[in-house]
Design a protein around this ligand. Structure first.
Ligand SMILES: Nc1ncnc2c1ncn2[C@@H]1O[C@H](COP(=O)(O)OP(=O)(O)OP(=O)(O)O)[C@@H](O)[C@H]1O
Length: 261
């Protein structure tokens, strides 16, 4: 059993703040994400999801507050944390002049894995993710969905305890989405934790067993999916009520818009 499976929260955030000039992106959040769950971080555009995930994964320094991942402080003990996490960030930058296979080989060696183990895992991941045929193609020539998949393979290669994914299904076709979903479900079934951000409520509802709802830099609700959904007929409905968008007449002022003159 991995370390976080033994009762330590996968992520513990306390009093986390981030401001960009006048804009408060994250306004003092406290959050504890349980280990071994499939966790969705949802919120409208600009809610602070990416900023939060960046601070939790050690990519962006908070103005205030602490973050622990798998029991280790992200900013005091970054090496311990980075060894235990995998990250698929938004707007992922990859080494474009490497092939998919080379990218995994490089990532594996950076992670300190032995060469033959990297080869074995890379072959399996490329196969499962449907990238075997494109493994010798340069990453620069990959499509958006292929980039997400090779990024996911790189994030999983060292078998992290906690995997953070920012919008992992954006630009991914339904067949690939199903594949990614299968890989992630298998991964969480073994006791690992997935934390992913998304706007797509149906996806979050069908994948996650635990959700945190963010709006305007704050956590509006968090807990097991059924608890957050409450009496609402769907997570989408509960979400609209939580973020205060319920009943908003989106088209009222656009009376000029439409094809008929
Ligand atoms: N580097 C930055 N400089 C200035 N403002 C920023 C920066 N990064 C984020 N912000 C602001 O912080 C707020 C939160 O942004 P963030 O990207 O975290 O939201 P998000 O929930 O991930 O949104 P989306 O779903 O649209 O990706 C927004 O108002 C955004 O404009």
């Amino acid at each position: 059993m991995n370390e976080v499976g033994a009762g330590v929260a996968a992520v513990r955030v306390q009093g986390l703040w981030k401001r960009f000039g006048e804009q408060i992106a994250v306004a003092g959040i406290d959050l504890e994400l349980p280990a071994g769950r499939f966790i969705g971080l949802v919120g409208p555009n600009g809610a602070g999801k990416t900023t939060t995930l960046s601070m939790v994964t050690g990519l962006l320094r908070p103005d205030q507050g602490t973050v622990e991942v798998a029991g280790h402080d992200v900013w005091r003990d970054p090496v311990a944390v980075k060894a235990r996490i995998g990250v698929l960030p938004e707007g992922l930058r990859l080494f474009e002049r490497l092939s998919g296979r080379e990218l995994l080989a490089y990532t594996g060696r950076l992670r300190g894995l032995p060469g033959d183990e990297v080869d074995k895992r890379a072959t399996q991941l490329l196969d499962v993710l449907g990238l075997a045929g494109a493994q010798h193609k340069l990453v620069v020539d990959y499509s958006t969905g292929m980039r997400k998949k090779i990024g996911l393979a790189a994030a999983l290669l060292h078998n992290p305890e906690v995997l953070f994914l920012d919008e992992p299904f954006e630009g991914v076709d339904p067949v690939s989405a199903q594949t990614i979903r299968g890989v992630l479900e298998r991964y969480t079934a073994s006791g690992a934790t997935v934390v992913f951000s998304s706007h797509v409520m149906e996806l979050v509802e069908s994948l996650c067993d635990w959700v945190a709802v963010m709006a305007a830099g704050r956590i509006r609700a968090h807990g097991p999916l059924a608890e957050v959904r409450g009496d609402a007929p769907s997570l989408q409905q509960a979400f609209l009520e939580l973020v205060g968008a319920h009943g908003h007449d989106a088209g009222a002022d656009l009376d000029w818009l439409g094809g008929v003159r």
